[in-house]
Every structure is written in structure tokens, then in C-alpha cells.
Ligand binder design. Structure first.
Ligand SMILES: Nc1ncnc2c1ncn2[C@@H]1O[C@H](COP(=O)(O)OP(=O)(O)OP(=O)(O)O)[C@@H](O)[C@H]1O
Length: 282
């Protein structure tokens, strides 16, 4: 039971009041006043992010939650190094992010597996690109396949396995280069409701076991709270950090925590806050 914690750690309206004291050396990602504008011409330009500031601790699991179009994917793409900021800065271990790097890998909603490669080959892909010898990469890939519980499916092609299995393979592939940070963009968005719940429990287990920092983009309030150490709620476009919720649930997260009173009331409170914006759409 965590109900005693529920009294001391409610949904926090102001970010500054809630942030635990963190040594600078524990900060892995430092997002400083980031603004992103798409389109150069002032009439057609879209301000996707404005003044986003966020510090992410090493090993922390962050859920980025917000209405459609608030800039969640934009922020994730910038963290990955796929897109530049328009202004502001993002530091990883004190260094500015300027391009993609194997220390940050991405899991997308649509799996992005190579259809002509088996599960084993997909997982090995990044290791081969890094020049790891064949035997070593085969062993490492097998242990990751084991971790995501796909043993027995190593020689299957993506079209021969289910959506949940494809996403497990994509997670194993993203973990293969041993990244510091795993970036996940609505990874379970294409799955049916039951598989989604099972995958949430899997990623909770895998991320704890692998000890990675995770940034997880989602529309799902219960998913965000179930998985995260901290839920970062974004405002409608232009995206800003409007609220942070520190989640006191212990790890490993287990299915029964979904009926904990703190969990239920936090999900309800967030829903009440976000409903008007989500009803409006973009
Ligand atoms: N390449 C682009 N060019 C122009 N506008 C873009 C581009 N990519 C995104 N946008 C716009 O920027 C805003 C933020 O988009 P983004 O995809 O980051 O939001 P999101 O919160 O991830 O949305 P969703 O939850 O629907 O995926 C939206 O208004 C979107 O239309």
C-alpha cells in the first residue's frame, strides 16, 4: 500500500515546489528554454514548442503527456537529434545535442523494423553497424530477445509475428547499442487495449532491469502515471511544461497498483484537467 504517500505527494500544480533536490551530476538531460518553430515564413509558421525547460535525472522514467499537437513528438525528435531547436539548448551530460547518437535510441509507434530481416537480424542491426564481431553480437541479441520474452521467435520475420511481439523486437533493437536514454514515441499506440496493458507492464520491468533513462510520449493518462517516475504534462500548442506529477508508486510497478487510491485519484485529476483541452482538439 502507498496510501500514506498519497497524502504527502499529491498532484503538484507548480513544478518548482515538487522537484526533489538533485545534484548537477545526476542530470542527464538538461532542456533549457527550448523553442521550435516550423516554417520560416511568419504567416505560415507554427510555433510547436515555446520555453520548454526540463531537467531529467539519470535513470528517471519521464512520461510526456499532452493533447494532440502540443509538440510531444517534436520534443522527442529534438532530444533524439533528428531536428534542431529554433532557440534554447539541450544538453546531455553537459554537452549540447546536435545530431543523433547511439547513446539515445528511439522506439516508434509503427515499430520501424526492417521487414526483410528476421527478429534476430533486426536486433543485431545496430551492433553490426558498430562493428561488433558476429559471435558477440549474436549472443547479445539473444540475451535481449530473451529479456523481451521473444525466445523461439528469433528466425521469424516481422510479418509473421503479432503487433505486441513486433514492439518487443523494436524495444530489443533499441536497447542493443546499450543507450543511456531510450526515447519512446507512443510505442503502444497501435496495439489493442489488452496487449497495450501487458506491454506497459513489460516496459516497466524492462526499463527497471536495463536501468535506462526513458522519455515516453503518450496520450494515455493511466499509461503515463503507471510507468513514470514523473509525468510531465504539456499545454496545448505552443507546447510548454504546464504541470509535473511525481509518482510515489514503488518499483517494480505491478498490475494491482492501478487500483491504488493514489493512482485512481491522480488519473482522475489529470483527466479533469486535460479534458477541456482534449475536447477542443488542436
Ligand atoms: N514538419 C512539420 N512542419 C510543420 N509543422 C509541423 C511539423 N511537424 C509537426 N508540426 C506541427 O507542430 C505541432 C506539434 O506537432 P507534434 O507532432 O510534435 O505534436 P504531438 O503532441 O506529438 O501530436 P500527436 O499527439 O497528435 O502526435 C502541430 O501543430 C503539428 O501540426
Amino acid at each position: 500500500m502507498i496510501s500514506s504517500l498519497a497524502i504527502t505527494l499529491p498532484v503538484i500544480p507548480e513544478q518548482a515546489a515538487s522537484v526533489p533536490v538533485t545534484a548537477t551530476s545526476d542530470i542527464q538531460m538538461d532542456i533549457r528554454d527550448v523553442r521550435k518553430v516550423y516554417g520560416g515564413d511568419a504567416d505560415n509558421s507554427v510555433v510547436a514548442l515555446d520555453g520548454v525547460t526540463l531537467r531529467i535525472r539519470r535513470g528517471e522514467f519521464i512520461s510526456l503527456l499532452g493533447p494532440s499537437g502540443c509538440g510531444k513528438s517534436t520534443l522527442l525528435n529534438i532530444l533524439a537529434g533528428f531536428q534542431p531547436v529554433s532557440s534554447g539548448q539541450i544538453l546531455q551530460n553537459g554537452r549540447t545535442i546536435t545530431k543523433p547518437d547511439p547513446s539515445r535510441t528511439v522506439v516508434f509507434q509503427d515499430y520501424a523494423l526492417f521487414g526483410w530481416m528476421t527478429v534476430q537480424q533486426n536486433v543485431e542491426f545496430g551492433l553490426k553497424a558498430k562493428g561488433m564481431p558476429r559471435k558477440q553480437r549474436a549472443e547479445l541479441a539473444r540475451s535481449l530477445i530473451n529479456m523481451v520474452r521473444l525466445n523461439g521467435f528469433e528466425e521469424k520475420y516481422p510479418h509473421q509475428i503479432s503487433g505486441g511481439m513486433k514492439q518487443r523486437a523494436a524495444i530489443a533493437r533499441a536497447l542493443a547499442p546499450d543507450p543511456d536514454i531510450l526515447l519512446m514515441d507512443e510505442p503502444f499506440g497501435a496495439l489493442d487495449a489488452q496487449t497495450r496493458v501487458l506491454m506497459q507492464e513489460e516496459i516497466a520491468r524492462i526499463s527497471s532491469a536495463a536501468g535506462k533513462t526513458v522519455v515516453f510520449v503518450t496520450h494515455g493518462i493511466d499509461e503515463a502515471v503507471f510507468l513514470a517516475d514523473r509525468v510531465v504534462v504539456m499545454s496545448p500548442r505552443p507546447g510548454r511544461v504546464r504541470q509535473e506529477v511525481h509518482v510515489p508508486l514503488p518499483r517494480p510497478r505491478t498490475a494491482e497498483m492501478r487500483s491504488d487510491p493514489w493512482f485512481v485519484s491522480t488519473v482522475n485529476d489529470l483527466w479533469e484537467t486535460l479534458k477541456p483541452e482534449w475536447q477542443k482538439g488542436e
